[in-house]
Design a protein around this ligand. Structure first.
Ligand code: UDP
Length: 378
């Protein structure tokens, strides 16, 4: 079969490679001038530092098959994400751990003591937290919520935490020990030569042709036996029911002669500081050494139609519009919606790859008659 893939990010690359290896002919159209989607990396011309162009991407997973998959295309070197946050004139450790709690409250609590201390702060009357705010008040209480989450989240999402789903905060653990690894997955690392080199290698197959700088239009689909679409779900339908909300990011680049902040990611918990975080990219490649440094202040805002969509907002009151688009997508034939934009979900890279592998496997088993699968529940 001749298959069209829209988007050369992780979903497109992994599906394309799997289907190419099974004997299909693959054409990929990508509107940007590079592959790898939002995990695109490139060397900074001034400093030589490997830069995560669309913001930091740290690979972490419990999925051994996915870990082996990425390692078969690129060497992953050890990297542990240790995030700090500045709030109330001090630097604290994230995710909230025993150090954060003891520093914040000026105490020397042991794990069990900290657990019951935080339980006393928490609002246990909230039985089944639905919103971000309820989730925070239920698990850490108002003091830590206000210092670390409230301001940051208002900046990041542009709305009150009471209008956001609890699922966003569920990404972050609270630890009653001194483990400050941001992620709790078994495997974590960074690609030695960047994500773009990895994706280029995934796409390096004789049956795959990639067209960069090529905007997809629906009429292109007619020439193919099936389409895998990793563009925005609402974009497939020309936004005819209205637009699903996204946050976009603006990056303010600056350089520094030396080590600016001593860590890769410094969050700013307070609403009065306009940026959400500063990332110092040389710390994402700790095996390299660079005298100069390049940093980005990161600002979040609502995406306008021409902006790059980053985070699906998935506002509580957006459920109905999403459900309508999902129903329309399910009524389509000859297309499978994949990835972060195609299914309008906040996906980590490992989940994206897992779903791409599974999607390709189902397609190979069932052929072009595969029902469209859209996984976009709120
Ligand atoms: N968050 C926060 N303060 C922080 C870090 C995270 O309030 O210092 C909230 C914020 O709403 C964010 C969510 O927790 O969107 C998930 O954080 P994560 O670090 O996973 O966000 P990402 O790096 O994917 O933007």
């Amino acid at each position: 079969m001749h298959i069209l893939l829209v988007g050369a990010g992780l979903s497109g690359a992994v599906i394309g490679r799997t289907l190419a290896e099974a004997g299909h002919q693959i054409t990929i159209v990508e509107s940007r001038d590079h592959v790898a989607g939002n995990c695109h990396t490139t060397r900074d011309a001034d400093t030589g530092v490997m830069v995560h162009v669309y913001g930091p991407h740290i690979f972490h997973t419990d999925d051994e098959e996915v870990w082996n998959y990425v390692n078969s295309f690129e060497t992953f070197l050890p990297y542990k994400n240790r995030v700090k946050t500045t709030s109330k004139g001090q630097v604290f450790s994230l995710p909230i751990n025993l150090h954060t709690i003891n520093q914040f409250y000026g105490k020397t609590l042991r794990p069990d003591e900290a657990r019951s201390f935080i339980e006393d702060q928490a609002d246990t009357s909230i039985e089944d937290p639905q919103t971000f705010e309820e989730q925070a008040l239920r698990f850490v209480g108002p003091d830590l919520y206000e210092a670390f989450f409230k301001g940051y989240t208002i900046k990041q999402w542009g709305m009150q935490p009471s209008a956001l789903p609890a699922s966003i905060l569920k990404r972050l653990p609270v630890r009653f020990n001194y483990d400050d690894n941001y992620f709790f997955h078994q495997f974590q690392g960074m690609p030695e030569n960047g994500y773009t080199a990895m994706v280029e290698r995934i796409l390096d197959h004789e049956a795959i042709t990639v067209h960069l700088n090529t905007t997809f239009t629906r009429d292109q689909a007619a020439d193919y036996d099936h389409v895998f679409y990793a563009g925005p779900l609402d974009g497939w339908f020309d936004y005819d029911l209205g637009r699903l909300g996204y946050r976009t990011l603006d990056f303010e680049r600056f350089t520094y002669d030396g080590d600016y902040q001593g860590c890769a990611v410094m969050n700013y918990g307070e609403e009065t500081v306009p940026h959400t975080r500063i990332t110092e990219h040389k710390h994402f490649s700790p095996w390299e050494s660079h005298d100069g440094s390049v940093l980005y202040r990161e600002f979040s805002r609502l995406a306008e139609p021409d902006d790059i969509p980053y985070y699906p907002i998935r506002q509580v009151d957006e459920k109905a519009l999403l459900a309508d688009y999902v129903a329309k997508a399910e009524a389509e034939s000859g297309v499978t919606f994949v990835g972060r934009l195609g299914t309008y979900r906040y996906l980590d890279m490992d989940v994206t790859i897992r779903e791409a592998l599974d999607t390709a496997a189902v397609f190979l088993e069932k052929g072009a008659e595969t029902p469209v699968f859209v996984k976009a529940p709120l």
